[in-house]
Design a protein around this ligand. Structure first.
Ligand SMILES: [Mn+2]
Length: 162
C-alpha cells in the first residue's frame, strides 16, 4: 500500500522497509521517504528501486518555476511507464508542504496550473506491487526560477542491511 500503518510485524530477512517521516521546526514541516532492504534483495526489487530512483532524479533535473503541474507529475511518471510499471504507480507525484505536511498544490491527474518559485514540493515516485512489496523515494524540492534545490540530504544509494 502506498501509505501503510505501523504494525506489530517483526521485521524479517528479505523484507523491504519503506520509511516515511519528517520533522516539525518553528511550525514548518518536512517529509521524506526512503526504502531499505533487510538481508537480501530480489532482482525485481532492485529493478523497481533503480526505476523509482531514476524517476525521482529526472524530476530534480527538470523541475523549475513556470512548469505546468501536469508536467511536474508527468516527467517522473513517464520514466516508470517506460520501464513498464506505470500501472503500479498509483498516486500523484507529490504535494506542497509548509505549515501542514500536505498542502496545495496537489498533483493528481486533474491538476492544472503552474508551479511557482518558493513552493516546497515533494518528489515521491513509487512502485507498489500488490501483496508483494513496494518502493518509494521522497525528497523535498524548493522550486526556484532556474531549477530546484533539494532540501532532503539523506543518501539514496541502494541499502541492503546485512
Ligand atoms: Mn509526502
Amino acid at each position: 500500500m502506498p501509505h501503510g500503518r505501523a504494525s506489530e510485524k517483526v521485521i524479517q530477512s528479505g523484507d523491504a522497509l519503506t520509511l516515511d517521516f519528517g520533522c516539525l521546526y518553528n511550525h514548518y514541516v518536512s517529509d521524506m521517504t526512503r526504502t531499505i532492504y533487510i538481508g537480501s534483495i530480489s532482482d525485481q526489487e532492485q529493478e523497481f528501486y533503480e526505476t523509482v530512483l531514476a524517476a525521482n532524479q529526472s524530476l530534480i533535473a527538470e523541475a523549475k518555476a513556470g512548469m505546468m503541474r501536469s508536467e511536474f507529475d508527468g516527467i517522473p511518471r513517464s520514466v516508470i511507464e517506460e520501464a513498464g510499471y506505470g500501472d503500479y504507480f498509483t498516486h500523484g507525484i507529490g504535494h506542497g508542504m509548509g505549515l501542514d505536511v500536505h498542502e496545495f498544490p496537489f498533483f493528481g491527474a486533474a491538476a492544472t496550473g503552474q508551479i511557482e518559485a518558493g513552493m516546497v514540493l515533494t518528489d515521491e515516485p513509487g512502485i507498489y506491487l500488490p501483496d508483494k512489496y513496494c518502493v518509494r523515494i521522497e525528497d523535498d524540492l524548493l522550486i526556484t526560477e532556474t531549477g530546484c534545490e533539494v532540501l532532503t540530504h539523506a543518501p539514496k544509494e541502494l541499502i541492503v542491511l546485512k
